[in-house]
Structures are given as C-alpha cells and as structure tokens.
Design a protein around this ligand. Structure first.
Ligand SMILES: [Zn+2]
Length: 364
C-alpha cells in the first residue's frame, strides 16, 4: 500500500541546524512540526513542553531550549501534564497507525478505536494525524480504498466482488464513492465512461475565449484559448467517450452564474472559491490539486515547496506534471506555482495568461 501512504511532511531536521530564533518562532506558532525535535522549558513555572503545547505563552526571557526531555529533566524541570513531552513515541505512532490504516483499509476503522491505539482522545488524534500525514484518518482510509478498488476492478470477475474486496459495506456506497471520485459509476468506468453527459458554454473574457464544461456534479473543465473551436476540441479530447453537448440554453442559470463569477474574478472582484467542482484524477493528482486550492490569491509557491508540503519532498517533477494535467484553470490555481528561481515556468494556457493572472492577484 506504499502508493497511498503519504510520508509525514515535517522535516527530520538536524537539531543543531535549528536556531534559537526559529525555535522561539515555533513555540509562538505552537508548530507541531517541531514536536520532538526540541523542547522548551519555562524557568518560572519549572515545567517543560513540546513546541505545540497549548499552555500559556511564556516570556521569552524565561524560556530555555533543550534537545531532549532528559536534558530538561537534568535541568530540574518537570514534564508538562498537558502536552506530555516525555511521550516521544507520538509521531512514530501516528506513522505506524497510518500504515495500520493502509493495511486494514477495507475494514471499518472507527476514529474512536484508532485514537485508542494512539492513546489520544479522538479530537487530538485527528488533529495530530492530519498534521503528520496531511489528510484526516478518514480521508486517508478512503484514498487507500480507492487505490485498492481501482486496482481490483480492472481484473475482478464481477464488480460486486471488487467492491466488497475493497471494503465498501454495500455496493451502493461504492457507487456513490465512484460517483464523486470519478463521476461515473463502476460499470461505466470499466467501459471508459461512454454514457457520461457533459455540457458546456463558452464566453469571451479578458483572457480570450473561456470554455466551462460541467457534469451534473460540477465543473470539470475550465480553459482558455484564442480560438473557440480549439477549446471544444480540447474538451472532447479530454473526455473522449462522454456525450458532449452545448448547454441547451447558453443562458442557463448555472452557466450564467459561473461565467459571471469568472468575469468578476478577472476584474479582480471575486476569488472563484464558490464554484462547484467535479475533480477527477489520480490520488496523487488530487493531493496536489487539493493543496493548490489552499494557496491564497496573491501568493506563489515553487514546485519543490508544494512537493514538500504534500509530504513528497522528492516529488517536484511529479508536482509539475500534476499541475500541467489540471483541467480546471483558476479554480484549481496551478498558476500560483512557479519555478524555485522565481521564473514563471510553463502554463497550459500560455505563459502570458499566467503572468496576467498573477499580476491581477497581486493587485487585489
Ligand atoms: Zn506543555
């Protein structure tokens, strides 16, 4: 199950390389990524904590840093009862629990039981898991199930058999899952999605022609070109087996609203967050796209920074590929990812459009 096991995104930094300023910043931010990398003691209370501890913010002059709980104890400090800094196993146990989930993904795994295994309360466990793995336990389990299901459905004798093997309690829930992840039911998935219906509308915008296409779940395609017919061609190439129809009424409510908010965005008034999206892609692509949606307007990240943030520090090329495969411009803001040296790198819809979008977002 390695392929759905996201590595923890905290860096295993060398303690010596973290400056006291960086440590103090981590304490102020209660940054759990630094947990177990160092500890801080408060001389006035005689207690030492992990950086993420929720206890009251101490005064800088009373704080000392230690690279192990032992050293803090030698300095006559007591472990805090709230963050239990001597319980060093916590990060490791989160990682091994992720492996446990991956191996047991087909079974029901209630949050309560997982939290018990981690010796944490469910709320704290969920938070800690998300900080370490990047997904909630439930999202992680469902990503693992999808991998199993996709793998099995291709060679299973019957679809029902594959669905049960992947751990979905009833086939209807798997159909639901497939509906939201692939926007087609398993039977169609096997056939290649031949009966899927996609409607679209085009509009003239500041960036040239835009084509918005949607299934009944939401927008699956938003792209730009100087030539309208090229856009329609691109849409049918993207969904070769779907039934593609121009929206019967170009002025239908949804399309009108979407085009309106696209134009508002291009005038610097809207952020396009509210559009319903029908996102398809591999688990990895969705991990990247999901992260891109969290990059605020006006900010840019490098491919390596995104790779680091999703817990794949070596994956900057894969991140670039996932950005290039994005079919929903702006709403999945792949334009906010640029090269490490600050140059814009490529853009599926032309580097000039990328530059214009970034300029627009900086002005907001
Ligand atoms: Zn504490």
């Amino acid at each position: 199950m390695e392929n759905c096991y996201a590595r923890p995104n905290h860096m295993r930094k060398d303690i010596a390389s973290i400056s006291n300023d960086e440590k103090w910043k981590a304490v102020l931010e209660r940054n759990s990524k630094y947990d177990n990398l160092f500890f801080y003691g408060v001389l006035t209370t005689g207690v030492f904590c992990k950086p993420s501890c929720s206890s009251r913010e101490p005064l800088r002059k009373n704080v000392r840093f230690y690279d192990s709980p032992q050293k803090a104890i030698v300095a006559k400090l007591r472990p805090c009862k709230r963050c239990r800094p001597t319980d060093q196993k916590q990060n490791e146990s989160i990682e091994s629990l992720a492996l446990y989930i991956a191996r047991n993904a087909p079974k029901p795994l209630p949050l309560k039981e997982l939290a018990q295994l981690a010796k944490l309360n469910p709320h704290h466990f969920q938070k800690k898991f998300k900080a370490t793995i990047g997904l909630t336990p439930k999202q992680f389990q469902s990503a693992c199930r999808e991998v199993i299901l996709k793998r099995q459905i291709k060679d299973a004798k019957s679809i029902t058999e594959a669905i049960y093997a992947a751990g979905y309690g009833s086939s209807s829930r798997a159909y639901e899952k497939f509906d939201t992840t692939l926007a087609m039911n398993p039977k169609n998935f096997r056939k290649g999605g031949s009966s899927e219906e996609i409607s679209y509308a085009t509009a003239v915008t500041k960036l040239g022609y835009a084509l918005i296409a949607a299934t009944n779940k939401g927008i699956c395609f938003l792209q730009f070109d100087d030539n309208e017919s090229k856009l329609i061609q691109a849409l049918s190439l993207e969904f070769p087996k779907a039934q593609i129809l121009r929206s019967p009424n170009q002025k239908s409510d949804s399309f009108r609203l979407w085009i309106q908010s696209l134009n508002h965005y291009l005038e610097g008034k809207d952020n396009l967050r509210s559009l319903p999206l029908d996102i398809r892609g591999t688990v990895f692509q969705r991990l990247v796209w999901n992260y891109l949606q969290s990059i605020p307007s006006g900010k840019t990240y490098s491919y390596s920074e995104v790779a680091q943030a999703i817990g794949k520090p070596q994956g900057h090329r894969a991140v670039a590929t996932a950005c290039a495969a994005n079919t929903i411009a702006i709403a999945i803001p792949c334009h906010r990812v640029i090269r490490g040296d600050g140059s814009l790198s490529g853009y599926r819809w032309g580097i000039e459009r990328k530059a214009k979008l970034l300029e627009l977002e900086l002005k907001k």
